[in-house]
Design a protein around this ligand. Structure first.
Ligand code: FAD
Length: 393
């Protein structure tokens, strides 16, 4: 229990802890996606994920505090959380806010039951940081359906996904942010091809996704035609929240790094190691405290400042510094799979510098919107997308 917890929080923590203690033996111990999804369903029916979703959408209808407590208790119980973080943490809350009642009824409960997996079809080979520059097109078919063609990249979990939420261009003749629309794409539709991309960690979590004349029905439209950018931004905000408030859930706590050294008591006499560990610990603590401040604002329905983006920057930098320190002290053993707790984190963490917005872009946002620095030149701002010169022209 933390100092600021209310009785309701304390009761919820006790409930979560008891449930996890009783059911931890059922948690999957392998990476099997089927087992992870079955466990996601167990967490969903216990109300330990989707905690903030309304009850009619299958959630618990509770607040940010309880959601954070559930994450903390899952981490404390040393069991996995949701496998489909994109469905549970990003698109679920976005749909609660932005999707039609029929879409909420169709798509939200199966996420919490662990029955359907989602992927985010946003980034493209020539549009990552400049997401509004995407080129995947959707054309009306004439009977109310839409035909989607283009290529996405970096698509986490596309190889398992049942659905993707695709940001596509429906009108190239208006400025780039205005002509974008979001559609739900069933990933088993004819014309969808998923090709894995292998990472340095050895995993292939990301994919290229090719969309060749994929037909989606009118009920696939989320929001309005041309209204996709605002909803995509909402989903990106949930993505950043889950990353900056979720340091606990991502097992990036200071204690985890300190624990790595418990077999080496002699390190206490190494001021170089101890001071680096101290810096990492204080950065991670600062992120946790900043997360509490964000939570306090959210409780009062106050939108946090864009400066929360710096939490993610600090979290990832500190965790990478922690990984480097572990690798230096433990030597090659730190990377020896399958026993190492660290091999995956050390090779995966650098990717988190880009996921959910790169460090440079987050800093640009803080510079412009918090510090009031002059904005970047945006020469394409009011120009119809079709008239923006492309590379080489
Ligand atoms: C772990 C991981 C998971 C991901 N999962 C998904 C997913 O499921 N779905 C999805 O759609 N995408 C996903 N992405 C993609 C992610 O959103 C992009 O990597 C990110 O938006 C950056 O785009 P980019 O890789 O094209 O880099 P670019 O935009 O090409 O940037 C390259 C470099 O240039 C810098 N840069 C670019 N513009 C500026 C500027 N204006 N000022 C200063 N510097 C600049 C960037 O900071 C970066 O260092 C994932 C990425 C990672 C790493």
């Amino acid at each position: 229990m933390t100092a600021s917890e209310t009785t309701r929080d304390t009761n919820f923590r006790a409930y979560a802890r008891n449930w996890l203690t009783a059911h931890a033996v059922e948690a999957p111990t392998s990476d099997s996606v089927a087992d992870r999804m079955a466990w996601q369903g167990r967490l969903g029916s216990a109300g330990l994920i989707g905690v903030r979703w309304p009850v009619e959408d299958g959630g618990r209808g509770l607040g940010f505090d309880e959601a954070l407590i559930a994450n903390e208790e899952i981490e404390r119980a040393c069991v996995p959380g949701a496998f489909d973080v994109i469905g549970v943490e990003i698109f679920g809350p976005t749909f609660v806010q932005e999707a039609s009642a029929a879409q909420r009824a169709r798509y939200l409960p199966p996420i919490l039951r662990g029955e359907e997996i989602w992927c985010q079809l946003y980034s493209e080979p020539s549009a990552g940081s400049d997401l509004a520059g995407i080129r995947t097109r959707a054309r009306p078919s004439g009977d109310g359906s839409w035909i989607i063609s283009g290529q996405k990249v970096w698509t986490t979990n596309a190889q398992y996904a049942d659905f993707g939420l695709a940001l596509v261009r429906t009108d190239p003749d208006v400025p780039k942010h205005s002509g974008l629309t979001l559609f739900v794409v069933p990933m088993k539709s004819p014309g969808v091809t998923v090709r894995g991309l292998r990472q340095i960690s050895g995993e292939a979590e990301f994919n290229e996704v090719f969309l060749d004349d994929v037909v989606v029905g009118p009920d696939s439209l989320v929001g309005t035609i041309g209204g996709g950018w605002k909803i995509a931004l909402t989903s990106l905000m949930f993505e950043r929240f889950s990353m900056s408030l979720g340091g606990e859930g991502m097992a990036l706590r200071a204690e985890r790094f300190a624990r790595a050294f418990t077999d080496f008591p002699e390190l206490v006499d190494r001021p170089d190691v101890m001071s680096r560990l101290g810096e990492i610990g204080s950065d991670l603590l600062a992120v946790a405290l900043s997360g509490s401040r964000t939570l306090a604002l959210l409780r009062q329905d106050v939108m946090p400042s864009p400066s929360v983006g710096l939490d993610k920057v600090t979290l990832v930098r500190a965790a990478m510094a922690g990984g480097d320190l572990v690798a230096e002290v433990l030597g090659p053993d730190a990377l020896a799979e399958p026993d190492s707790d660290w091999a995956y984190s050390i090779s995966f963490l650098p990717g988190l510098r880009s996921a959910g917005g790169t460090e440079e872009i987050l800093k640009n946002t803080v510079g412009e919107r918090v510090l009031g620095l002059p904005p970047e030149p945006r020469l394409d701002k009011n120009v119809p997308f079709s008239q923006i010169p492309t590379g080489g022209s």
